[in-house]
Design a binder for this molecule. Structure first.
Ligand code: NAD
Length: 339
């Protein structure tokens, strides 16, 4: 019997170290134990992946959770599962298709009418490297869903967020923004040959530029906005990428890659951290790589590009015409860099 003690303990130690190392590499768990009793949190694309785990953990912490999803059947099922796991009855499914500006407007109208406050908005939904699909309004799918849909949604909820201060907006971006470029001459891939990878990177760069410009416009209001790269997470986000992978990368590199990928539960920790951490009170306009604040890519710090993207996006989603366009409506102070 004693001959097994050494190998078993070595094996146990190796497994323990591997788990700790993986947790370290992947960022570990949110250090804050803060509860959010009674706070209303909206999470887009919350029926799967990072969004679903974020919804579950924030429900556990006492939040009133509104899951904004395209597919109501899946959304109701996820909401029911979360209510069952957390014993929090205040988890709701609500229809939201970010590929339809009409749907975004209907969702925002419902929230503005029915909710007394919105304390946290997590712009989580995303699509990666899909074919050259167009949204209902004719925008490139990745730019339309990842940026324009969230741009419109956030703007339409701004008054509610301002009434609920201190409130937070969290934009899920990606490290992929570092190779992104905003092509103002052809944002929707109508003139040049479609490149699905660049389309994703452009949309994720747009998330960071939007975060910085919004933070600037919201200075002094008590609404903060930050962008986060969640790390590399095993979700369904990559379902279109297999179309672009070689046999070598899927069969040889794939298994190694999977060792470094974290679970959706761990992948949700950065969003949870940004939503609840007391350390982030008043912190705005920043970019987080998992749970560490970092400088984003130089093109994400381009203030002129951020301003221009805001103006173009406002026109594309039709905000300007309605006078809902939030011009630099604050004092000269707000022209300074976000904190
Ligand atoms: N998984 C990763 O490794 C990774 C890395 C960097 C950034 N991200 C970002 O994290 C976010 C969450 O992605 P995930 O990994 O959980 O992927 P996922 O595919 O599991 O989740 C994305 C969610 O967005 C929803 N969605 C897509 N199109 C929509 C639309 N038109 N309207 C409403 N909802 C829509 C999907 O239904 C899904 O629920 C995305 O913004 C993604 O860009 C993920």
């Amino acid at each position: 019997m004693s001959k097994y003690i050494l190998p078993v303990s070595v094996f146990g130690t190796v497994i323990g170290c591997a788990v700790l190392l993986k947790n370290h590499v992947t960022g570990g768990r949110c250090p804050s134990k803060a509860t959010i009793n009674g706070k209303t949190v909206i999470i887009t694309g919350a029926n799967t992946g990072i969004g679903k785990e974020t919804a579950q953990e924030l429900a556990k912490r006492g939040g009133r959770i509104i899951m904004g999803c395209r597919d109501m059947e899946k959304c109701e099922a996820a909401a029911k599962e979360i209510r069952g796991h957390t014993l929090n009855p205040h988890v709701y499914a609500c229809h939201l298709d970010l590929a339809s500006m009409k749907s975004v407007r209907e969702f925002a109208e419902r929230i503005n009418q029915e909710e007394q406050h919105v304390d946290v908005l997590i712009n989580n939904a995303g699509v990666m490297r899909c074919p050259a699909w167009k949204t209902e309004d004719g925008f490139d799918m990745q730019f339309g869903v990842n940026h324009l849909g969230h741009f419109l949604l956030t703007n339409l909820l701004l008054d509610k967020l301002k009434e609920s201060t201190p409130s937070r907006v969290i934009n899920l971006t990606s490290l992929a923004h570092i190779i992104g470029k905003i092509d103002f001459e052809d944002l929707n891939w109508e003139k040049k040959k479609f490149d699905t990878k660049q389309a994703y990177c452009q949309s994720k760069l747009a998330n960071v530029l939007f975060t910085r410009e919004l933070a600037k416009r919201l200075q002094g209001t008590g609404v903060t906005v930050n962008a986060v790269h969640p790390g590399v997470v095993a979700t369904r986000l990559g379902r279109h990428t297999s179309l672009h992978q070689s046999q070598f990368s899927s069969s040889v590199l794939g298994p190694f890659f999977s060792l470094l990928v974290k679970s959706p539960k761990l992948g949700a920790q950065p969003s949870i951290y940004l939503a609840v951490s007391e350390d982030l009170e008043g912190v705005t306009g920043r970019y987080y790589d998992v749970m560490t604040e970092k400088e984003p890519a130089p093109q994400a710090l381009d203030e002129e590009a951020a301003r221009r993207l805001w103006e173009v996006s406002s026109q594309l989603v039709g905000l300007e015409e309605e006078g809902q366009y939030h011009k630099s409506n604050l004092s000269a102070e707000s022209q300074s860099k976000p904190a």
